[in-house]
Design a protein around this ligand. Structure first.
Ligand SMILES: Cc1cc2nc3c(=O)[nH]c(=O)nc-3n(C[C@H](O)[C@H](O)[C@H](O)COP(=O)(O)OP(=O)(O)OC[C@H]3O[C@@H](n4cnc5c(N)ncnc54)[C@H](O)[C@@H]3O)c2cc1C
Length: 297
């Protein structure tokens, strides 16, 4: 005969049943909250709006050369992305002394996957309207930004080879594209960069600076030497040490020596001061690169 169930056993069984139900309910609530947070994060709109200038506060400002600053701006939310497709750029806007808007283009040097912040490297010209406003910008001040903007959008494997012609701060759009190429293991594109500067001190994004959010040129060449080559050309090479790069301006011969020939699934991108871009365009035309294989940022 079965022994009668004691009152204590009934209470114990009820307690265990309740215990497991509560545990199950808690696990369900935690999973639901996590799923909701994930969905919210996924659905959060990136910061940029092509229709409207929006202010972003500067949270860091460092001089990385005698005339170039690296700036970090904080996005409104720490888990937000900027939302800039590779190959595109952003407009900055400030009010000039005459009350007119000054608008200039800039390309971030931080990866678009970076959450909550965006970094720029900007050269200060003594007579430059925007760069003087940037020189005066203090940590805590805001800059109005609008974007994305631009006619070029990079797609993985869109060509077999990019030839890149950069002058001074014209390196920033090239850097953005080559970082996107090299970080994507499915992208097999090769890149040859010809980078012109006045002196060695003017070369930007070459060596890891103290505050950085990505690898810089020397490190990228060391890691991806089979896909990326960089040839520096200086107006005035250093006199106190050996210089292995080019001297003077970037020439037609240098382009011919470093880039694949026209018609070989190669596209040439260029960005730099206007006189340099005009000269490069002429070299490329004379070498026979078709219009469709050239792009100027
Ligand atoms: C796609 C793209 C991306 C870019 N990204 C970057 C970037 O990441 N970083 C960056 O630093 N730049 C970048 N630039 C360049 C940037 O847009 C500006 O052109 C640059 O900052 C100069 O703007 P500014 O208003 O300071 O100079 P401006 O006032 O436009 O002057 C330009 C030049 O003219 C000279 N000048 C101005 N007034 C006079 C005068 N009265 N007499 C003689 N000379 C004068 C200035 O000294 C300067 O050399 C980019 C440009 C493009 C197109």
């Amino acid at each position: 005969m079965d022994s009668p169930v004691s009152a204590q056993e009934v209470v114990q069984a009820a307690f265990f049943a309740a215990y497991w139900h509560i545990l199950l309910a808690l696990a369900l609530i935690v999973t639901l909250v996590q799923a909701l947070l994930w969905a919210r994060r996924k659905s959060r709109k990136p910061f940029l709006n092509p229709e409207q200038f929006q202010p972003l506060p500067c949270v860091e400002k460092t001089y990385i050369t005698h005339n170039t600053v690296r700036l970090r701006f904080a996005l409104p939310r720490p888990d937000q992305r900027l939302g800039l497709p590779t190959g595109q750029h952003i407009s900055f806007s400030v009010k000039g002394e005459d009350g007119k808007d000054i608008i200039r283009s800039y390309t971030p040097v931080s990866d678009d996957d970076l959450l909550g912040a965006v970094d720029f490297v900007i050269k200060i010209y003594p007579q430059g309207k925007m760069s003087q406003a940037i020189a005066k910008l203090q940590v805590g001040d805001t800059m109005l930004m609008r974007g994305p903007k631009g006619r070029f959008t990079y797609q993985p494997n869109m060509v077999q080879h990019f030839g890149m012609l950069a002058g001074g701060t014209g390196i920033t759009p090239m850097y953005q594209v080559l970082c996107a190429i090299l970080k994507n293991p499915k992208d097999k594109t090769k890149v040859s960069l010809l980078y012109g500067n006045l002196t060695e001190d003017d070369i930007l994004l070459r060596k890891a600076s103290s505050r950085r959010s990505a690898q810089e040129l020397d490190e990228l060449v060391a890691m991806h030497g089979d896909r990326l080559t960089v040839h520096h050309v200086l107006n005035t090479p250093p006199i106190d040490k050996e210089w292995h790069g080019g001297q003077g301006f970037i020439t037609k011969d240098m382009i011919q020596a470093k880039f694949p020939p026209p018609g070989s699934n190669c596209m040439v991108l260029r960005c730099g001061p206007t006189p340099m871009c005009v000269a490069m365009r002429q070299h490329l035309d004379e070498l026979g690169y078709p219009e469709a294989a050239q792009f100027q940022f």
